[in-house]
Design a protein around this ligand. Sequence first.
Ligand code: SF4
Ligand code: SF4
Length: 318
Amino acid sequence: MRVQEPNRAAVETRDHARVTSVLMVGVGGQGILMVSKVLATLCQNAGMEVKQSEVHGMAKRGGAVFSHIRFGPEVHSPLIPEGEADVLLALEWAEGLRWLHYLRPGEGVFISDVRRIVPPFACRNRGRGVTPEYARATPAEIIGRLGTGYALDATGIARGLGNERTANTVLLGVLSTALAFPEEAWIEVISRVVPAETLEINRAAFLAGRAWVAEATVPEEEASPVTADPLLARITHRLEITRAWCKGCDICVKFCPERCLVLDEEQIALLAEPEACTGCRLCEWLCPDFAIRLHKEVPAPGASTSPETTSGTAGCDR
Ligand code: SF4
Ligand code: SF4
């Protein structure tokens, strides 16, 4: 699947006169450490100072893995503060969504495989035929909210080349279009990092990622305007928080991508900025106590609110 949003700006290559921050996220077994090693080596070869910090203690299959890479003339900290990543590269879709708040607002580039690896915590009900709870925000919804974003089936592209484990290299190819290093320099480093017998397929995967961007990028003047569906425009979200069930764990507050939830004076979750809520449902899925429910509805004037719950209503154009 390819997702190409008409409101997306063409990728701007980053100049390296200042510190550039790249956050790579995924789950164990996807090859995060390989792609981060390629980028770090590339930066070192270019004479830059590089600082890298990674968590791979959970790098058994399925565990979350991430790597912060910062490079430039002088780098003081290896950790990327929230809201300051120039690029967020996600090898797994939900991991990408979990880290979206690290992206520099309005400027950061989001690159993600749309592959979904449902983690164990999203399978609390293991009954036959049960749909796992998993991030349901579609690539189009997410990319539409970002200045520059790419959601592509990197795993499918890699599979088509003969080895789906090279999906990480396909994504490196996409990443290469957002950073100001020459194509040959990337390929030279990749050839030193990957096993010799996989060199050709990794090279093909890298070029396939670059080719995907070239094909997917549409100059803004050629892009067709987004037309709003009048029915969808009338749908609103209502977030219902069951106060008696909320234990104030703060998870929803921390993970809300729009930062619209807070804990009130009684340490109960409260939708403080309903107009910012996009109805993404992350809070509903992540609440361990099932204290949040999101309702999508056509607003009825004067709708009542249950005394045991609080709710906020937010407009939606998706
Ligand atoms: S549904 Fe609204 S409040 Fe909940 S996480 Fe998404 S944006 Fe935040
Ligand atoms: S995640 Fe659930 S229990 Fe935790 S603060 Fe939010 S609503 Fe309350």
